[in-house]
Design a protein around this ligand. Structure first.
Ligand code: FAD
Length: 385
């Protein structure tokens, strides 16, 4: 077992960190305040190939794995400018299309996803299904020309900046008539597809939307991959999603911890810096340990996924997402405590992480659903729901 990252990965981290430093949390803050998007950062990261490190080289990507993309995501987060759409476009959609898409779908979508010039959102959550994806009602019906899609989605990130949405729906089995999962690529400009912003307290340039699909006519090749392998294809995208949300949380946690440690070293209100008080130092030491635990789990999950072990990656990705989300929420809270009043000021950039770090406890799969998974699959306990 080798715990050293390769020279290439470390070089990638250093280069991305350098890019992130040039933007930082003030750039993100200004974007949010002016209701803008992180376009300049997204485009520059795309130009350098950072957004597509996991996309196969023959389709314009870096030919690496999800571990590389997670490293990019983590470093941008640690620099104060996390890109939420990285979780969706190259990680979920890019992974699914690269593994299961037809050649035409790969040629159409992957080069743009790789360099960031195309963005694909991902829509699974529905208002009446929530965590219970067995209750999805978005349905694709076969027609002579292709498909007609009807349904509703909520909390879908980045639809306003997306060229298409990878929609998780259901289609009727030709033999039995039973509904089974199916993935459809829905361009955002097709008739019948509309969306509305959902007002969130999240401080991020990426917004969330409710989607309405009313008799959306799609060509036959809108269906991704094999109609009979929808569930397997979906899981191929959900593991990268969880790994990337873990990396996203790790980045935020690092930003918060670095800020707190720097502050604790210099802020003096008694004889020495506040970091000399164990009441400040010990909680920060606990944060460092929890961060490292979550990081190791995330690297393990990414390694398993890149090695082709989808089942092993499933357990590890769930655990990694849980550990990183919990660590980030606690570390952000402790960072704010360390900074006192400055922790809640705009200038230090940690108060903005309060809601952002909390998201990963809920999305893309909630803490409780991960505990359900681990209880059932890891521990063999009875299914509780
Ligand atoms: C910022 C943000 C961005 C998002 N982006 C996207 C996106 O791009 N695409 C997308 O498809 N979705 C997205 N989501 C949606 C997200 O994936 C869902 O919010 C999440 O899956 C939880 O679903 P829900 O909100 O319907 O909660 P619910 O399913 O209603 O759950 C509510 C609470 O009940 C608990 N609960 C439910 N069932 C059980 C059970 N069996 N046992 C124990 N507890 C249970 C949950 O853990 C949770 O605490 C986003 C959400 C947020 C907040």
């Amino acid at each position: 077992m080798n715990f050293h990252e390769s020279d290439e990965r470390r070089a990638l981290r250093a280069a991305v960190a350098e890019l992130g430093k040039r933007y930082g949390h003030r750039y993100m803050r200004d974007k949010v305040r002016t209701d803008g998007r992180a376009t300049e950062l997204w485009e520059e990261a795309g130009r350098y190939g950072y957004l597509g490190v996991n996309i196969p080289a023959e389709y314009g990507g870096g030919g690496g794995g999800i571990a590389d993309l997670a490293a990019v995501c983590e470093e941008l987060g640690a620099a104060g400018c996390p890109l939420l759409l990285m979780v969706v476009s190259p990680a979920i959609c890019g992974s699914i299309i690269a593994r299961f898409g037809t050649v035409a779908q790969k040629e159409r979508w992957l080069p743009g996803i790789a360099d960031g010039s195309t963005t694909m959102a991902f829509g699974i959550t529905e208002p009446d299904a929530g965590s219970n994806s067995h209750n999805l009602t978005t349905t694709g019906t076969r027609t002579e020309e292709g498909w007609v899609l009807n349904g509703r989605k909520v909390f879908i990130s980045g639809v306003d900046q997306a060229d298409a949405v990878l929609v998780v729906g259901r289609s009727a089995d030709a033999r039995t008539g039973r509904l089974k999962p199916a993935l459809f690529i829905v361009p955002t400009d097709v008739p019948g597809f509309t969306w509305q912003p959902i007002e969130m307290e999240l401080v991020a340039p990426e917004k969330q939307f409710a989607l309405f699909l009313d008799d959306v006519a799609l060509p036959a090749d809108a269906l991704v991959g094999d109609e009979d392998a929808g569930l397997r294809q979906l899981f191929a995208g959900l593991n990268p999603e969880r790994i990337m949300v873990a990396a996203f949380s790790l980045g935020m946690a690092r930003q918060a911890l670095d800020t707190a440690v720097d502050y604790a070293k210099t802020r003096t209100v008694w004889q020495g810096p506040i970091g000399a008080h164990q009441g400040i130092a010990h909680p920060l030491a606990v944060c460092a340990i929890e961060l490292e635990q979550a990081r190791l789990l995330t690297q393990k999950a990414a390694w398993l996924y890149d090695a082709g072990d989808d089942e092993g990656a499933g357990e590890a990705a769930n655990m990694a997402k849980y550990a990183a989300a919990e660590a980030a929420a606690r570390i952000v809270d402790q960072s704010i405590q360390t900074l006192g009043g400055n922790g809640l000021s705009v200038d230090y950039g940690v108060a903005a992480l309060l809601v952002a770090s909390r998201v990963a406890r809920v999305a893309p799969v909630s803490r409780e659903m991960i505990l359900n998974y681990v209880a059932q699959h890891t521990l063999g306990l009875p299914r509780s729901y």
